[in-house]
Design a protein around this ligand. Structure first.
Ligand SMILES: CCCCCCCC/C=C\CCCCCCCC(=O)O[C@H]1CC[C@@]2(C)C(=CC[C@H]3[C@@H]4CC[C@H]([C@H](C)CCCC(C)C)[C@@]4(C)CC[C@@H]32)C1
Length: 945
């Protein structure tokens, strides 16, 4: 580590966005320093107490020797993992620098490394950790740790001033199909993650957040344990296990790690949704601002006609555009939207307000409306915020994000609209995006119903919602609609392709967004095609897919149901008390509505699937992507816009294609909204809706279609993969852009691209000598084989692994058998040889073709498209696997003049906005600033002339 850290640090600055000192490499270094500091303190503490006190029971009890020793062992194991991580990061860094053609930076590595060595020594005592041991600084061990760490952690106020912003700026993401990227993906699976999740959990985060993360892991481990047995006895056993996990750090770490390996997306979906209803939700409500309006609207699925934002000469009618309702996968269906408003405003209480409310929510909402009639409404607000929540595309609703939405509404005195879009895997891309865009358009043409004048609108999104927010703005711009005044992105997910980046490596130790869970989310949203038709009866079943058939899944759902029941039961009394209190205060929450709407189910249009036929579904599924960008399989975009001409807005007549500045600030004039005006175009196939009875016949046909399309996708991925790495002559026509991208990269360093590519393939290029000197790759060996590396990794790891294996024999048996069977099949077909590489290749995470779509991975958007975004402010967190998404986006937007600001919150994990204000207060001072800063950003958007 003594050499690795300074070497990595010396090149970090090349990856910063202009003027912003932060990226995944810097975060890895900070995490390492935090771990070293924590280990050093623990060692000092143990040493000082063992040397003074003779062995006795008293000593053991008072100084918690066993606990400290166990912690030390876990820290040692974590350090070992981090050492490997540093090697990987270093290899990535060098590869990225070489790919960017940044020769000068490569040659200066050694000199800068020396410089880093001469910098002031890192003092572990300065890092925030167990303050009980702070008085021990100055111990001889300090010097050892100084040697280990070598240089101080990244300080945002220091660092090289000449951060590059030219075209040679290295990109943080490494293409998934490069040999190094593949090697990294294999390596990450071999990491022993339990020390991070168990005892060492969250060591790299702010001290205050550790108890929260530990509680999270205990809860996840308990639920996962409960999944294993379904009986009442099993339930009692899992409760006991829950108690055990509270103090057995190793046990919960192992169970959590195992849950990552065995549980599917549904588990995480349900687990993450715990804040949506029940006790947790009720407790959260206590700490939030009260609001006058908190309603669920169901926007009816009808086409909307809006005026274009282009200037037109009166008296000619303004050109209009017709926006179809969301169509993908299920056909037209209502969109659920939450309207929050600190004050009751004109229009929000009008009878018209009830018009868009349909289906299940109507009775409840009408009641609440009647209750509010005696409040005197304020004039309509000039500002509106349209928000898209995060949750990995698979979980959560606007409700779990209310804490900051309510604050925004209060501080900015404006209504907030947050979309409860359909969730994956039931409704994969582009359904959610369509719904978000439809809501945006609906808000523009029904401003008065929201208590808004239609003047200024800002769009905000966190995490997965940030991804959707960018898509909405791009679409608004491409159709010539009013573009929001500002875009606020909180830790957005901008690259959904499985390209590794340094911050993604942090996912290996992150209990909030572990890599396995990220991969689940990715597959659910953009991986496989959804079931083509979901039958009417299935819609009532939240998990309307074959998964509910398996015993494992059934028991998981059973366990989660028990947890939910308990939580809801406990919150019953609380809820009734709270409602009485709210009614007295004249405030209201439509909590009943949300608890009535199960998460995934709420996402699905309640009626549409029953009315659809397979044929209609197929034509709808492509609607969104065709409208914005024709999807060209295999086409890739240079993140720096080199292939910017590839994508066209061919549906928008050229004379209507507006410059970003033309549309940016144009207010929506209500009187100019002319629903009767002739639409310029309308693309959609609403007319193809057929009756329920016909569904069954078409179903079989449709199933086979789905299978076929699934096969086609796999094929095309393989082609892309081969095409991207094969010789240029081998590549097919569809991959021309891959070729051009690679050629352009190669040209910088090598005259013959083919040779260079071959070099990459054979790992001969110096940059791709997979890992630097001294690195022993962790051995990725299928379970059931003896892992030789384990032997070297020391007793502790062996203990942990064998213990885990024993405990979970049953679970793992399945996996092993599966692999052995797979092998036997292949052997019989003569496909398998003993080559380790081939085995690894099978385990390589495939890249779903959809993730190449710039609307799925907005970092693949061309410069031309990105320059159509409104002024964008990015909030990012230091210890976030998604940090590089923010930094890379900022690097792209900054030269285009579209970046209005960037704030990096040190020591915070992903999702910090969603944490309750109480939790934030328990964290650092920076953490409590998260909400304040986001509010100020929105205020500045609204106030800018
Ligand atoms: C080595 C490199 C290989 C590269 C391979 C990479 C492949 C994948 C790449 C990209 C895919 C991106 C996919 C989607 C991105 C998703 C981003 C995204 O949207 O992530 C969100 C997912 C939900 C969540 C974790 C979050 C924020 C807040 C969290 C919530 C805070 C409190 C909530 C608890 C349930 C409260 C109860 C606690 C109690 C003690 C029991 C909690 C934890 C729920 C989950 C959310 C971020």
């Amino acid at each position: 580590m003594a050499t690795l850290l300074p070497e990595l640090q010396s090149q970090c600055h090349h990856f910063d966005a202009p003027g912003i000192q932060g990226n995944g490499y810097r975060s890895i270094i900070s995490a390492c320093h935090a771990l070293l500091a924590r280990t050093a303190r623990r060692v000092r503490y143990v040493l000082s107490h063992t040397s003074l006190v003779t062995p006795s029971r008293l000593r053991t009890a008072v100084f918690r020797v066993t606990h400290n020793v166990a912690e030390l062992k876990a820290s040692a194991s974590a350090l070992h993992q981090f050492r490997s991580l540093l090697y990987i990061a270093l290899a990535m860094q060098k590869a990225a620098l070489e790919l960017s053609g940044n020769k000068s930076t490569l040659t200066s590595v050694s000199s800068q490394t020396t410089a880093a060595h001469t910098s002031p020594p890192f003092n572990p005592a300065s890092a925030s950790d167990d303050s009980s041991m702070d008085h021990l600084s100055g111990h001889p061990l300090d010097s050892m740790i100084n040697d280990l760490s070598g240089s101080p952690p990244c300080n945002p106020s220091e660092g090289p001033p000449d951060t590059p912003s030219d075209s040679n700026h290295p990109f943080l993401f490494l293409r998934y199909d490069l040999p190094l990227a593949r090697a990294i993906t294999q390596e990450q699976d071999a990491f022993l993650k339990s020390p991070f999740y168990g005892r060492c959990l969250g060591f790299q985060f702010d001290r205050g957040i550790r108890p929260f993360l530990q509680a999270l892991v205990v809860a996840a481990a308990t639920v996962s344990e409960a999944n294993r047995t379904r009986s009442a006895f099993g339930y009692a056993r899992s409760l006991l296990a829950g108690g055990r996990f509270a103090w057995d750090a190793e046990g919960r770490g192992e169970r959590f790690e195992q849950a990552l390996e065995t549980e599917g997306v549904e588990f995480w979906q349900d687990f993450w949704n715990q804040t949506e209803s029940g006790l947790l939700a009720s407790v959260q409500t206590l700490t939030q601002y009260t609001v006058a309006i908190n309603h669920i609207l169901c926007l009816p699925p009808v086409p909307l006609t809006l005026p274009l934002a282009s200037s037109h000469r009166p008296p000619s009618p303004p050109p209009t555009v017709t926006i179809p309702p969301p169509l993908a996968h299920f056909g037209p269906g209502p969109v659920r939207v939450r309207l929050l408003s600190a004050e009751l405003r004109e229009g929000q209480d009008s009878s018209e307000w009830l018009a868009p409310i349909t289906h299940r929510t109507s009775s409840i909402t009408k009641k609440s409306w009647v209750r509010r009639r005696n409040l005197k409404p304020l004039p309509r607000s000039a500002n509106l915020i349209v928000h898209f929540h995060g949750g990995g595309f698979v979980s959560q609703t606007s409700r779990s994000h209310e804490n900051y939405l309510r604050e925004w509404s209060h501080q900015l005195s404006c209504p907030v609209v947050s979309v409860d879009y359909s969730l994956s895997p039931a409704a994969p891309f582009p359904r959610a995006l369509e719904e978000c865009f439809y809501t945006y358009a609906w808000s523009l043409c029904h401003a008065e119903r929201l208590g808004w004048t239609g003047e200024r609108v800002c769009v905000a999104g966190d995490s997965a919602g940030g991804n959707l927010a960018v898509g909405v703005c791009i679409r608004a711009r491409s159709l010539g609609l009013t573009v929001p005044r500002g875009l606020l992105l909180a830790y957005p997910a901008m690259m959904l392709r499985p390209d590794p980046s340094p911050s993604r490596l942090l996912a290996l130790s992150d209990p909030l967004l572990p890599l396995a869970v990220l991969t689940h989310c990715l597959r659910a949203y953009a991986g496989t095609p959804p079931p083509a038709v979901i039958r009417g009866e299935d819609v009532d079943n939240k998990f309307a897919s074959p998964r509910s058939v398996s015993l494992g899944n059934a028991s998981r759902e059973w366990a989660l149901d028990r947890l939910r029941e308990w939580s809801q039961g406990a919150s019953g009394l609380f809820d009734s008390w709270w409602k009485v209190k709210s009614a007295e205060n004249g405030t209201h929450d439509d909590d009943d509505e949300m608890s009535a709407i199960s998460r995934s189910q709420s996402a699905l249009p309640s009626s549409s699937p029953a009315h659809l036929s397979a044929s209609s579904n197929q034509s709808w599924s492509c609607f969104f992507t065709q409208l914005i960008h024709p999807v060209v399989p295999g086409i890739d975009i240079d993140p720096y816009g080199q292939t910017s001409e590839t994508f066209r807005y061919d549906q928008v007549p050229e004379h209507l294609s507006l410059a970003a500045d033309d549309v940016k600030d144009r207010p929506v004039n209500e009187s100019s909204i002319n629903e009767k005006a002739t639409p310029i175009f309308f693309v959609g196939e609403v007319g193809e809706v057929e009756e329920v009875e016909e569904v069954e016949e078409d179903e079989k046909e449709n199933e086979s279609n789905t299978e076929m399309s699934g096969q086609e996708q796999v094929m095309s991925w393989e082609e892309i993969f081969e095409g991207g790495l094969g010789t240029t002559e081998e590549s097919s026509e569809g991959h021309s852009n891959d070729k051009s991208l690679l050629s352009s990269i190669c040209e910088k360093e090598h005259s013959d691209p083919c040779k260079f590519i071959k070099g990459l393939k054979e790992n001969k290029s110096p940059a791709f000598s997979i890992f630097p000197r001294g690195f022993t790759p962790l051995q990725k060996i299928a379970r059931g084989k003896q892992n030789k590396q384990e032997e070297q990794d020391g007793e502790y790891q062996n203990d942990m692994k064998s213990k885990a294996k024993e405990r979970n024999k049953e679970d793992r048996k399945g996996v092993r058998v599966e692999r052995i069977m797979q092998k036997t099949d292949e052997e019989s077909q003569g496909k398998l040889d003993d080559n380790d590489d081939e085995e690894k290749q099978q385990e390589f995470i495939p890249c779903p073709p959809l993730t190449n779509d710039p609307l799925v991975s907005p970092l693949l958007l061309s410069d031309k498209d990105l320059s159509g975004l409104p002024p964008t402010y990015i909030l990012a967190c230091e210890f976030d696997p998604m940090l590089d998404d923010s930094v890379a986006l900022a690097s792209r937007l900054s030269p285009l003049g579209r970046l209005s600001g960037f704030t990096l919150f040190p020591s915070l994990p992903h999702g910090c906005l969603s944490l309750s204000p109480l939790a934030l207060k328990a964290l650092s001072a920076d953490a409590s600033q998260v909400n304040v800063i986001s509010t100020n950003v929105l205020r500045s958007f609204f106030s800018e002339a």
